[in-house]
Structures are given as structure tokens and as C-alpha cells.
Design a protein around this ligand. Structure first.
Ligand code: TYM
Length: 329
């Protein structure tokens, strides 16, 4: 049976990138495989969040997981730090991760560039902890967005190296997964780059209809095509990319055709996009607040999830200790 695992850092409210890159697929996969979905609070520490806010963000992401439709009676939902076995596996896998390859990771280089005063060791070993998350349950499929591809590549490198070194077939080659399609990268609406929590360009699952309309109507475009079939500028291309994730295929085709014929009105395009986003995520928003306020339910979900995750994790750590020669007298 396939084993699916994925996680999201609790660094704020979830946005459309998190949803279409990851969370929507979690929900779609939960009935067809053994699934583990967790909240990566250790990973969030690499950027030194405020402790009170970190805890609040764990609650937010948990409530948003459940509001999006993850069923904790079917999938195992847990908080990373509730399963301390991951830290031991991370230490053990770290023996097979070379500093050079960690230094070359794009996400590490990006963090160094953006904040040279906080190049902590946790940032460098981030992909090792992430590999430990995945290999802790020997996951075969990892639903993630495009930005996590390199981390998955490293996970496979560590797993392969471990298997080769000890002559075992213990860890699987975990694959990033999006139902056979390319991994998703949802762009921002500000004309550049990806939608991100730190880029300040997010449309959040919890945004009101009005906030969504406002953000979409402000999206960067251009002065319009002047020749048939002209290439899309980055801002317009981004609108179409988001539209591909949220709208019906014939809606996308309709506006693409209008663009190709130089008849497009960006106002109409944006209005349609805003309404389609609202249709896709408003039902989730409506559930978030109720779930967030149900303290007893949230507590039950994480404690049952942690118990199930710890059972699987303990087995893996015991096996890995044995394989590596850490044995009791
Ligand atoms: P994080 O918290 O940055 O993002 C969570 C998930 O959302 C996806 N995502 C996007 N997908 C498409 N377009 C975007 N603009 C976009 N922005 C974010 C991410 O690809 C991810 O799937 N390192 C991970 C957390 C993690 C993890 C793991 C994931 C820790 N351990 C083990 C999978 C397996 C991260 O920082 O994701």
C-alpha cells in the first residue's frame, strides 16, 4: 500500500499556493493510501518565530487542515514536535548528509541571501530533518508544490546512500506527487515570483470574499495585447496560472482565446478569477473559525494523531538503530 506523508510549516495562515500545491491533494489522497499529515513546527523554528505566535500558528494550520476536509479518523494528523523520534532519525540520517550538498540547496542559499545575520545550523540541516519526516514512516508519495522538489531529491539521495552503505532495502525512494501532473507553483498576483507567506502577496484560505476580490482586482497586468497570439507578460501569465488551478477548463480556454484575438478585457478576467477563487475556498473559510474554537476537538485530534505517528516512528527508529549498529547490551 502507498504511504503518503506531507507537512506544512506553521508560519501563518495558509494561502492558495499551500492549498493548490499541497493541501487539496492531501484531502484527495486520504482515502486511497495510508496518510500522515503533520504540522512542521520544528522547521518553523529555523526562522525564529515569536513563541506565542508559533503556537497560535500551529492551531491555525491544524484548523485549516481539518476545515479543508482532512478526516483525522482516516488520515493520521499530528504535530511534528509531538513525535520526538523524528529528531533521533534526523541525527542518524545526518551522518549520511554531506555539508557541501546541504550548502548547495537552493532554499538554504535563498535564506542566506535574504537574512545573512541568521545562518543557523538548523537552516543548513533543514533538508535532513525533512528527510527524517518522510522516512520516519517510509513514505512512498509526498504531495508538495514545486518549491519542495529539491528537498525530495535530497531525501532520495540520503535514503539511497543509507541503503547502499548498510546493504539493505530499507528506505523507499520517496517521490513528490501530484496525480501524475507536474508539481504546482502558484504565483503571486504582484507580477513576480511565487505566492508565499513571506512574500506578502498571499490570498489566504481565511480571506473574506471582499478581500479576495480586492486582491485579485489589484493584480498586475499590462496594457493589453496589440497583436494576435502575442506572448503573455509575466503578470498576465500568472493570472492564467492561478485560473488553471481554480477555474473550469472551458473558462480558461475562453479567456485565452479572447487574449489571442486581442479582445480580452482584464477587468472581466479578474472578476471571473475572483469569483472562481471564492467558489473554491469560501466553504473552507466558513469551517475554519468553528473548528478553531473547538479546543477539545483539536486536542483530541493531535493527541490521537501523535499516538499513531509515534507507533510507526518508534518502529522505524528501532530498525535504523539496529541497522546502524546502535544496539542494547
Ligand atoms: P511550506 O510550509 O513552505 O509549504 C507547504 C506546502 O505548500 C506548498 N507551497 C506551494 N505550492 C505551490 N505554489 C506555491 N506558491 C506554494 N507555496 C507553498 C509547498 O510546496 C509545500 O508542499 N519544507 C516544507 C515543510 C515540510 C515538509 C516535510 C513537506 C517539512 N517536512 C516533509 C513535505 C514532507 C515547507 O517548508 O513547506
Amino acid at each position: 500500500m502507498d504511504i503518503v506523508l506531507s507537512g506544512i510549516r506553521p508560519t501563518g495562515q495558509l494561502h492558495l499556493g499551500n492549498y493548490f500545491g499541497a493541501l487539496r491533494n492531501f484531502v484527495r489522497m486520504q482515502h486511497d493510501a495510508k496518510c500522515y499529515f503533520f504540522i512542521a513546527d520544528y522547521h518553523a523554528l529555523t526562522t525564529h518565530d515569536d513563541p506565542t505566535r508559533l503556537h497560535e500558528n500551529v492551531r491555525t494550520v491544524l484548523a485549516e487542515y481539518l476545515a479543508a476536509g482532512i478526516d483525522p479518523d482516516v488520515a493520521t494528523v499530528y504535530v511534528q514536535s509531538d513525535v520526538p523520534q523524528v529528531t533521533e532519525l534526523s541525527l542518524l540520517l545526518g551522518m549520511h548528509a554531506y555539508v557541501g550538498e546541504l550548502e548547495r540547496t537552493a532554499s538554504f542559499k535563498d535564506k542566506v541571501r535574504k537574512n545573512p545575520s541568521n545562518v543557523n545550523a538548523g537552516l543548513l540541516t533543514y533538508p535532513v530533518l525533512m528527510a527524517a519526516d518522510i522516512l520516519l514512516h517510509r513514505a512512498t508519495h509526498v504531495p508538495v508544490g514545486k518549491d519542495q522538489e529539491q528537498h525530495l531529491e535530497l531525501t532520495r539521495v540520503f535514503a539511497r546512500r543509507f541503503n547502499n552503505m548498510y546493504g539493505v532495502e530499507y528506505f523507499p525512494e520517496s517521490q513528490p506527487y501530484n496525480f501524475g501532473a507536474d508539481l504546482v507553483k502558484i504565483p503571486g498576483l504582484d507580477g513576480t515570483g511565487k505566492m508565499g507567506k513571506s512574500e506578502n502577496n498571499g490570498i489566504f484560505l481565511a480571506d473574506s470574499d471582499e478581500a479576495i476580490r480586492k486582491k485579485v482586482m489589484r493584480a498586475v497586468t499590462d496594457s493589453g495585447p496589440t497583436e494576435p497570439d502575442s506572448p503573455l507578460s509575466e503578470g498576465v501569465a500568472n493570472i492564467f496560472t492561478i485560473m488553471q488551478a481554480v477555474s473550469a477548463p472551458d473558462t480558461v480556454a475562453f479567456f485565452r482565446e479572447q487574449y489571442a484575438r486581442c479582445e480580452i478585457r482584464y477587468g472581466d478576467l479578474k472578476k471571473q478569477l475572483a469569483e472562481d477563487i471564492i467558489k473554491a475556498i469560501a466553504p473552507i473559510r466558513e469551517r475554519i473559525e468553528a473548528i478553531k474554537g473547538d479546543e477539545a476537538y483539536l486536542r483530541r485530534v493531535v493527541s490521537e494523531g501523535a499516538e499513531k505517528a509515534r507507533a510507526s516512528a518508534s518502529q522505524t527508529v528501532a530498525d535504523v538503530r539496529e541497522i546502524m549498529g546502535i544496539r542494547p547490551f
